[in-house]
Design a protein. Structure first.
Length: 216
């Protein structure tokens, strides 16, 4: 018998011995102690179910995958070690208690979030130093977006735009109320004539000196 046949016989005997040992190990377990283990896998921080969590029985080399709601159900033995693993969660262990008196048991297993802290990254709008230098030289510091926004949102600009806009429903309603209040205020009296109002004339002269009348 050559060396090749000896190696084949050796590996055959080794595999037979391993299978026999595994069969003896499983046969030593009492089938009457089987437990129907059911439960839900949830996150530790938000208490939301962890979908499609893998539940692997490390002792019996079997496992199941939880559904969308994190629910799972499997048959285990007392003392078995279960491994829970889910996407973006740390793998955790759970040992089935060996003091259970019933063949059904329910648990709620919490998974801890697996957070990875990445180093800070600074993003610049220029791909190179040369582009930054050119943009710095060509920059117009007195005509940036902030100054343009401040100029367009000034009181004079808004008043100039508002004077040329058509009145909407709210403005018409306000003007109607002001007219009604004026009628109630001057009831049984002569209407107010601003031509004889010194305050109106003083304001007109002040606006004329300030150059506000030329913009209207």
């Amino acid at each position: 018998m050559n060396l090749k046949h000896l190696l084949i016989c050796f590996f055959t005997l080794l595999l037979s011995a391993m299978s026999f040992g595994q069969t003896n190990t499983e046969s030593t377990k009492d089938s009457t102690k089987l437990i129907q283990l059911s439960g839900v896998a949830i996150g530790e921080t938000d208490m939301n179910p962890v979908s499609y969590t893998t539940v692997y029985d490390k002792t019996s080399k079997r496992g199941v995958i939880a559904d969308y709601y994190g629910f799972f159900s499997m048959v285990v033995y007392p003392g078995d070690t279960l491994l829970f693993s889910g996407y973006s969660y740390k793998t955790s262990n759970y040992v089935v208690p060996d003091t259970l008196l019933e063949n059904r048991y329910s648990i709620i297993h919490m998974l801890q979030k697996d957070t990875v802290n990445l180093p800070a990254v600074t993003v610049y709008p220029w791909p190179s130093r040369e582009d930054f230098a050119r943009a710095f030289v060509e920059m117009q510091p007195y005509d940036d977006a902030i100054r343009r926004a401040q100029r367009e949102l000034s009181g004079e600009s808004l008043a100039f735009v508002a004077a040329r806009l058509d009145t909407d429903a709210s403005l018409s309603y306000g003007n109607t109320l002001n007219q009604q209040y004026t009628k109630l205020y001057t009831n049984r009296q002569m209407p107010v004539n601003n031509l004889l109002n010194p305050y109106s004339w003083a304001k007109l002269i002040q606006d004329w000196k300030a150059g506000k009348l030329s913009k209207q």
